[in-house]
Design a protein around this ligand. Structure first.
Ligand SMILES: Cc1cc2nc3c(=O)[nH]c(=O)nc-3n(C[C@H](O)[C@H](O)[C@H](O)COP(=O)(O)OP(=O)(O)OC[C@H]3O[C@@H](n4cnc5c(N)ncnc54)[C@H](O)[C@@H]3O)c2cc1C
Length: 444
């Protein structure tokens, strides 16, 4: 069988490796328009902020590695068109060489693209996007060679914007973090958690400009000013991170699309077209917290969708477990993790929920060192009491707790069952009645 894969970043790489490792005698042909494979965007802020010394370690695969595994890899080769009826992919490399590749099965892993807002000034020098390795490298080179870049506006206070605000502060820059929402991290956290992150950023000198809509970037040739509906700021660089949209131009006329344009897939990653699968950021996920399809662009989802597609394409009866959108962030040592839906989002979606909140020290009270408070919120449905969300914040690394909540949401565990779940106790790690148990016991 001949399988063509379009896009070889996280989803594509996971899929290609799984196919080649577990099944023999198939031909796997890959096209990617980029010059590198498997760049971990999560390391971008760490690299910019000098928390890691080089970006070289932010790759775990390469053309050579995939070729050694048995794939035929065409890098810097963009797929321009696909004839889904004749099952042919048309591509062109950077030297203008054209390719026509037939397929038995097609895997679309074309990912996502940064959202561009239609405002004047986007063409100015030093307006930067943050997605690719090349984007990060360019920002770092500019910072290293232009000492006049002192004031930076980060537009978009989602997790990427917040991480970059931290990175630029660590670089000694003045940072304006601008968002039309009133808080940062609005998608993943309820207000009490968002406020903690706002306070943390402000205490480290990030100038929060929330509830402000960016209207224009001004400058003669290069960035000089950013203008919102309320204020304007003198800045030398603008980082745009207002979100990502699925990159589905190739299949949009033939494949059923979600409301944001992502390819709709079933739990085997198949689209409405026979023999065409979609994985990673270009496709929907099944979101167990709302029991419906959704769009959640995360590398963790991309990898697992790649595994599922690999097995599905090659005939194994396998289905995705669905996802919960589990995520984490660590800013100037303040750690936040969440999974599932927030109370705010559940209410917006018309899901009736209750929350149970609790705050306690991480370890037994008599443990004197490294024992900060942890704040937890568990969100559960009113009708059947299923746990559908959890959020935690602390200076302590309590991140592993979120995995249990992720599984609880996936397996539709009730808040009452969670309250009686066997959670171990050892003073070095937690309290006998730890915050998870007490929060669950306190549920109405
Ligand atoms: C700054 C940043 C930080 C992030 N941090 C995290 C994190 O901490 N945790 C987390 O889980 N996720 C994180 N993410 C999200 C994560 O990077 C994405 O979810 C992930 O990259 C999705 O992988 P993908 O393979 O589906 O798509 P992409 O990474 O978008 O890759 C798509 C690939 O398709 C190729 N392609 C597209 N169109 C064509 C075409 N027509 N022809 C040929 N090739 C094509 C592209 O060149 C690219 O290689 C972060 C993202 C960014 C930008």
């Amino acid at each position: 069988m001949k399988i063509v894969v379009v896009g070889a970043n996280h989803a594509g790489t996971a899929c290609i490796n799984t196919m080649l490792k577990n099944y023999k005698d198939n031909e796997v042909v890959v096209f990617d328009r980029n010059s590198n494979i498997s760049f971990l965007g999560c390391g971008m802020a760490l690299w910019i902020g000098n928390q890691i010394s080089t970006g070289d370690g932010l790759f775990y695969s390469s053309k050579e590695k995939l070729e050694a595994a048995g794939a035929k890899i065409n890098m810097e080769t963009e797929v321009k068109d696909i004839d889904f009826d004749k099952k042919i992919v048309y591509a062109e490399d950077i030297n203008g060489k054209k390719y026509e590749e037939s397929y038995d099965k097609l895997i679309l892993s074309t990912g996502s693209l940064p959202v561009q807002i239609p405002i004047p000034g986007m063409e100015l020098e030093h307006v930067q996007f943050v997605k690719l390795y090349q984007n990060a490298k360019e920002v770092i080179e500019k910072l290293n060679t232009n000492s006049e870049i002192k004031n930076i506006a980060v537009v978009g206070a989602g997790y990427i914007g917040v991480e970059l605000a931290e990175a630029f502060r660590l670089k000694g820059k003045e940072v304006y973090l601008i968002d039309s929402c009133d808080d940062c991290l609005g998608t993943y956290y309820d207000e009490i958690f968002r406020k903690k992150m706002n306070e943390q950023l402000a205490s480290k000198g990030v100038k929060l400009k929330l509830g402000q809509l960016v209207k224009e970037i001004k400058g003669k040739g290069k960035v000089e000013k950013i203008v919102t509906d309320k204020e304007e700021f003198d800045v030398d660089m603008v980082i745009m991170c207002v979100g990502f949209k699925p990159n589905t131009a190739l299949g949009k006329d033939k494949i059923n699309l979600f409301k944001n344009g992502a390819y709709i897939v079933d739990k085997t990653q198949k689209t409405n077209l026979d023999d065409v699968y979609a994985i990673g950021d270009c496709a929907t996920v099944y979101d167990n917290s709302i029991d419906d399809i959704n769009y959640i662009a995360l590398a963790s989802n991309a990898l697992r969708s790649g595994l599922v597609a690999a097995y599905s394409v090659l005939g194994k009866d396998i289905q995705s477990n669905g996802v919960q959108g589990s995520n984490g962030i660590c800013i100037f040592d303040l750690k936040m993790v969440s999974t599932g839906v927030t109370e705010h989002r559940a209410k917006k979606m018309g899901i009736e929920v209750e929350c149970t909140d609790y705050e306690a020290r991480q370890k037994a009270g008599f443990m004197e060192e490294d024992n900060p408070n942890v704040k937890i919120r568990i969100v559960y449905r009113k009708d059947n009491r299923w746990v559908i969300g959890a959020q935690l914040v602390s200076k302590y690394d309590m991140s592993m707790a979120v995995h249990m909540f992720s599984l609880a949401i996936q397996e539709k565990v009730t808040i009452d069952k969670l309250a009686m779940t066997d959670l171990f106790f050892l003073p070095h790690f937690n309290e006998p009645y730890n915050y998870i148990t007490v929060a669950a016991l306190n549920a109405k």
